[in-house]
Design a protein around this ligand. Sequence first.
Ligand SMILES: [Zn+2]
Length: 269
Amino acid sequence: MSDNDGGREYRYARHLSIDVVGGAGQERINAADVLVVGAGGLGSPVISYLGAAGVGTLHIVDPDVLENSNLQRQVIHSEQDIGRPKVESAREFVKSLNSEVEVVTHEVEFGPENAESLVEDRDLVVDCTDNFQARYLINDACTLTDVPFVHGAVYRLEGQVSTFGTQDDGPCYRCLFAEAPPEEATPDCEVNGVLSPLPGTIGTMEATEAIKTIVGFGDSLDGRLLVYDGEDMTTDEVPVRRDPDCPVCGDSEIESLADIEYEHPFSIE
Ligand SMILES: [Zn+2]
């Protein structure tokens, strides 16, 4: 039996039989063009499930090569990939899972100089970074180009997920936290550590929000921040409201990324 025996209808049968997805929803998924920023801990489940779901085109941005210490949570990569660009092993993973998906790799840092061009023609962006600077840049580029994005972040045993940009007068990430904290105040996974399955949990929630946004069903996390605590196994929800004084989505002077100052470096989880 070949991989595609039975064709698309068979392959995506479990989507076709969910009333909120169905044939029309699956067509939207197959036509979608999505950018995933980061092919690490959060990127692994996002790339896996969007690939399995049949997203038409997956753009993957990550400048890093795989390190031994990544394998504890970045499950689309393997031991033999150590030293190779993560975008390359990510592409091979998707291609072996679903050869229909077009994978476009960008072995570059997602930075102020390329953010708008990477984001502007996409249907959706998924934030799989671990760095506040990159997170604000994704927010600003997506808000200024009207591209919705799914946000995810992990820290030790805690994580958070939200969705932005699906409604005309909805909030952006800066409405929640106007400014990025200084870099020294926000050590990444390397310093704080992260429990192996945590990015799996949060990334899988991001993939769910991504598919909901693409198809257009359900109650989006737009306007809500979902906070997950794996230590107590609890979830909480924080309402997110648009701030009229927000520097990016409010009535401000900012019209392009050139109007905002960003700090380097950007790192990706
Ligand atoms: Zn805002």
